[in-house]
Ligand binder design. Sequence first.
Ligand SMILES: Cc1ncc(C[n+]2csc(CCOP(=O)(O)OP(=O)(O)O)c2C)c(N)n1
Ligand SMILES: [Mg+2]
Length: 368
Amino acid sequence: MAQQTATRGKTSSRSTKSRRAASSAHGSQSGPLAGEPQELLRDYFREMTLIRRFEERAAQGYTQAKIGGYCHLNLGEEATVVGLMRALRKTDVLFTNYREHGYALAKGIEPGRVMAELYGRTTGTSRGWGGSMHMFDVEAGLLGGYGIVGGQIPLATGAALAIDYRGGDEVVMCQMGDGTTNIGAFHESLNIAALWNLPVVFVVVNNQLGMGTTVEMSSAEPELHKRAAAYRMHGERVDGNDVLAVRDAAARLVEQARSGGGPALLELVSERLKGHSVVDPGKYRSDESITKARESDPVAAFRAQLIEAGVLDEDAAAEIESAAQADADAAVSFADDSPHPDPSTLFDYTYATPVANDSRRLPADPVF
Ligand SMILES: Cc1ncc(C[n+]2csc(CCOP(=O)(O)OP(=O)(O)O)c2C)c(N)n1
Ligand SMILES: [Mg+2]
């Protein structure tokens, strides 16, 4: 398939014309939203708003010392998250980096269980042992948030091999950040996935920063989608602030992978509204870059777009926002009311299966 080579800033998004032609029987709005069922558009706005409110409450929980360890938020990446998850079937599986709260929510996991994981409670997705970076839910098809940069890439590739070996029709989506595309495992995994034609879509959320390092400072080829060319793989770049463009590109590449068309690399250009993690004041950013990020806030932009198109009015938008706030607040109450794990279970999930010589000792126990 031809490599798309959109230059930085010039991102491809689905043509208005084809969108209009595809489903003119649906919504009556014109412009880029033409043909989109209105209820679906409102659903996207609901989900994006829930992620926004949830992450705001997570940040608050961290400053109240209710949440420990590291904590990275999807603030500014809501359109990317929702667009990507809408391209997957329930049976498709997702691997992500540590910035995954929004993915867990958009993959259909109850907000209370996601917040409880942040709070380290037994009702959390990983029984409270994983925390912010290690959400896991086999039923929902979320096979992990990973704290090691790029740790998810070989695992996702292996999962795609397992699907292929068993003759399944599921697809793996492997999300990562821009700062992950220069590590060895990225290149090894893309190579093997292309060689063996595995059903996996690699997604780079290019928020233009790896902690405080810009893409231009770290990557000799800053147009990250072009890395696919080294493996004769399809690569393309899309505006990560456009939920419909993300959904459409992802859906096309997921279906290509599902039908034996092989893996692909999708780059989504996005913005991180806050610091790398909740404790990062982001002092290394210029005022100009912060202003630019705020101006392209995908939640505010989508809200304005839906109002402009008559899909929402102010009252309906405000109603969705207060419902999202109530859901985020209820998630906090659920987490707060849930029990902490019993210390005696500390080593219970160290290995998937019991390991010989695993003495199940606690750190302070005598060695002999
Ligand atoms: C192997 C490894 N090296 C370094 C780190 C420290 N680290 C955590 S996040 C990060 C930046 C990754 O940036 P990017 O891939 O762009 O993801 P983003 O945080 O922007 O979502 C680094 C270097 C780590 N967790 N693992
Ligand atoms: Mg990044």
